[in-house]
Design a binder for this molecule. Structure first.
Ligand code: PEP
Ligand code: MN
Length: 339
């Protein structure tokens, strides 16, 4: 149930609705919105009667929510969520590019790549300090030293930084250094981590689980929002299929589906979808034509020496071309997106 208040509703009238909701043993979650407040009714067992609210002073309407996800749903909030991170804006009307290496390997490597991607037009820098690797013998990331390097990149370039958190224990540390905290595909249904992310003061970039349906993915976002953090960015990164010509299969239909279902921004990571450099540019072009709100792309100045994901990392010149091309596509397809 969503209680929609009049534009002119007073704080006291809102408070009264909250009291009625809490009096039924439910949780009231006021939702920040354009020119009016709506209040979500959460944790209800079974349907809630609209008659409880209609007729209360300041209440415009009480509408049932038909989806399993509530705060994430467009039924709850029609206005698109726009997220501001430093100078970067993520959401409807913007094409935001996050770029950088798979992993932070050292200060020189990070700064060299950051300068390249900034010059090409990236608005945020990415790089893993805690890496979820398939093999325990592969490079696991520099840990806190990597986070400090990221903070140095931000200081030197002004670019906000995005980095992955792998577990509950290191959340405080990652949150301290990062501007956007990433939850990776392998942790999309790590519910205790999602709850902690919901208490974070940082925006969360939530990647789609490699075998997750869109509904499961949106429910994962709901976990974060239900704890009070409404700054969630969704990121499609490919799902596992039977093919061998790419590492995963980029599910571009996720973009229009998510935009229809949810007000949250949706970005696309063509690098982890492709797993190989030669597919990253065409997939990026397609994602922008499909009206994704942005891209997350892996770039390395020496991909053959990269400690992880070198095969899918673009050379700086390739990334420059990508930025030029997707900006041109955005001009044609993006600015007047009909959603
Ligand atoms: C990453 O972005 O570094 C990463 C590991 O991505 P994913 O979780 O999508 O595999
Ligand atoms: Mn990677």
């Amino acid at each position: 149930m969503l209680v929609v208040m009049d534009k002119s509703a007073t704080p006291e009238q809102i408070e009264q609705v909250v009291k009625v909701i809490e009096g039924r043993g439910c949780t009231a979650r006021p939702i920040p919105g354009g020119d009016r407040v709506s209040i979500g009714v959460l944790n209800n067992e079974g349907p809630v009667d609209a008659a409880l609210f209609i007729g209360l002073p300041g209440v415009k309407d009480a509408v049932p929510i038909t989806k399993p996800y509530k705060l994430v749903s467009r039924e709850t909030r029609t206005a698109d969520t726009i997220i501001q991170v430093g100078e970067a804006t993520i959401g409807k009307g913007y094409l935001t590019i996050i770029a950088g290496p798979c992993a932070i390997e050292g200060r020189d490597q990070a700064m060299t790549i950051a300068r390249h991607v900034q010059k090409a037009g990236a608005q945020l820098f990415r790089g893993g300090a805690f890496k979820p690797r398939t093999s325990p013998y592969s490079f696991q990331g520099l840990g806190e030293a990597g986070l400090k390097i990221l903070a140095g990149v931000r200081e030197n370039t002004g670019l906000p930084v995005v980095t992955e958190v792998m577990d509950f224990q290191t959340f405080d540390m990652v949150e301290h250094y990062a501007d956007v905290v990433q939850i990776g595909t392998r942790n999309m249904q790590n519910f205790s981590l999602l709850k902690r992310a919901g208490q974070s003061y940082r925006p969360i970039l939530l990647k789609r689980g490699m075998a997750a349906t869109i509904e499961e993915w949106l429910m994962a976002a709901e976990y974060i929002m239900a704890q009070g953090n409404h700054q969630v960015i969704l990121c499609e990164r490919g799902v596992r299929t039977f093919v061998h010509h790419s590492r995963n299969t980029l599910d571009l239909s996720a973009v229009p589906v998510v935009k229809k279902e949810s007000h949250l921004p949706i970005m696309v990571d063509p690098s982890h979808a492709a797993g190989r450099r030669d597919q990253v540019l065409p997939l990026s072009r397609a994602a922008v034509a499909a009206n994704a709100h942005g891209l997350m792309v892996e770039v390395h100045h020496q991909p053959d020496q990269a400690l992880s994901d070198g095969a899918q990392s673009l050379y700086p010149e390739q990334f420059e071309l990508l930025c030029r091309q997707v900006r041109a596509i955005f001009k044609v397809c993006g600015e007047d997106e009909p959603f």
